[in-house]
Design a protein around this ligand. Structure first.
Ligand SMILES: Nc1ncnc2c1ncn2[C@@H]1O[C@H](COP(=O)(O)OP(=O)(O)OP(=O)(O)O)[C@@H](O)[C@H]1O
Ligand SMILES: [Mg+2]
Length: 239
C-alpha cells in the first residue's frame, strides 16, 4: 500500500481511514468463463479526501466503486467503511448503511422524468422515511440552493439542461447528509465548461467536509484533484 507521507496530507496519516480496501479481488463468472476484474486492490481513503480514479476502459474502476458503495461484493479481501465491514453485511444491512452514508452520482443523472427537481432531490429521504413531508421538501430545497438551482425546483428533468440535471442529481446525493459522495463519470456526459462547473461544485463540497471519490476519463479534471488513483488490469498502479 502506498500511503502519502508528505506533510501536505496530515489527514491521510493521522486519522483512521474512512474507506479501507485490503487485498480485494473480484471474479465475475459468466457461464463457464471467469474474469478476474480486481486482482488485489489495496486502497485507503481518509475522511475529507477528494480522490479521482482513472484508468483505461475495463480496468476495474466501476468495480472498485461498487465495492465501496456495497453495490457489489468482493470475491476475496475486505472492505471497511469507518471500521464497519461491508463485505460481512447482509443485503438489507448494506441498503440501510448506503442510504445513510453514501450519495451516488451517475454519468446519466438517472433522475425520475415525471418528478420535479425538488421531488427528485427529496427522493432518498422518502425511501429512508426521514422527517415529515414538509421537512423533506425543505431539506431538498436547501440542497437545490446549495447546487445553485433554487430557482428551478419545479422544473421537470426534461425542462433542465444536462448540467442542471446533474446538479439535481448532486442535490439528491446530498439528501441524507452522507459523509461520502461517489461519482462514476459524473461529468462524462457534460461538455467541458459544464464539467468544470460540476468539478468546482464537488471541490466546494469537499472543502465543506465531504469525502469525494469519482471516476473520470478526463485527464485535466483528474490532474486538478488532490489525489489520483490509477487502476490498470484490476490493480492500483499509481497513487
Ligand atoms: N457483472 C459483470 N459480469 C461480468 N463481467 C463484468 C461485470 N462487470 C464488469 N465486468 C468486467 O470486469 C472488467 C472491469 O469492469 P469495470 O466496469 O469495472 O471497468 P471500468 O474500468 O469501469 O471501465 P469503463 O471505463 O469502460 O467504465 C471488465 O472487463 C468488465 O467486462
Ligand atoms: Mg466504468
Amino acid at each position: 500500500m502506498t500511503e502519502a507521507t508528505t506533510s501536505q496530507e496530515p489527514a491521510a496519516t493521522t486519522r483512521p481511514p474512512l474507506i479501507e480496501l485490503a487485498g480485494v479481488e473480484k471474479t465475475f463468472k459468466t457461464g463457464k468463463l471467469e474474469y478476474r476484474a480486481l486482482r488485489g486492490v489495496d486502497l485507503s481513503i481518509a475522511p475529507g479526501e477528494m480522490v479521482a480514479v482513472v484508468g483505461p476502459s475495463g480496468s476495474g474502476k466501476s468495480t472498485v466503486l461498487n465495492m465501496i458503495t456495497g453495490i457489489d461484493r468482493p470475491t476475496a479481501g475486505t472492505v471497511a467503511f469507518d471500521g464497519a465491514r461491508l463485505d460481512e453485511m447482509s443485503e438489507e444491512q448494506l441498503a440501510v448503511w448506503r442510504g445513510a452514508h453514501v450519495g451516488i452520482v451517475f454519468q446519466f443523472f438517472q433522475l425520475l422524468p415525471t418528478l420535479s427537481a425538488l421531488e427528485n432531490a427529496a427522493l432518498p429521504l422518502d425511501f429512508l422515511r426521514r422527517g415529515s413531508t414538509k421537512e423533506r421538501f425543505e431539506h431538498a430545497r436547501h440542497n437545490l440552493e446549495v447546487v445553485g438551482l433554487g430557482d428551478k425546483a419545479d422544473h421537470l428533468p426534461a425542462e433542465l439542461s444536462g448540467g442542471e440535471q446533474q446538479r439535481v442529481a448532486i442535490a439528491r446525493s446530498l439528501a441524507a447528509d452522507p459523509g461520502l459522495i461517489v461519482g462514476d463519470e459524473p461529468t462524462g456526459n457534460l461538455d467541458s465548461v459544464t464539467a468544470d462547473e460540476m468539478f468546482r461544485l464537488l471541490l466546494r463540497l469537499n472543502e465543506e467536509g465531504k469525502t469525494i471519490l469519482f471516476v473520470t476519463h478526463d485527464r485535466d479534471l483528474a490532474a486538478r484533484a488532490p489525489r489520483v488513483v490509477e487502476i490498470r488490469d484490476g490493480r492500483v498502479v499509481r497513487d
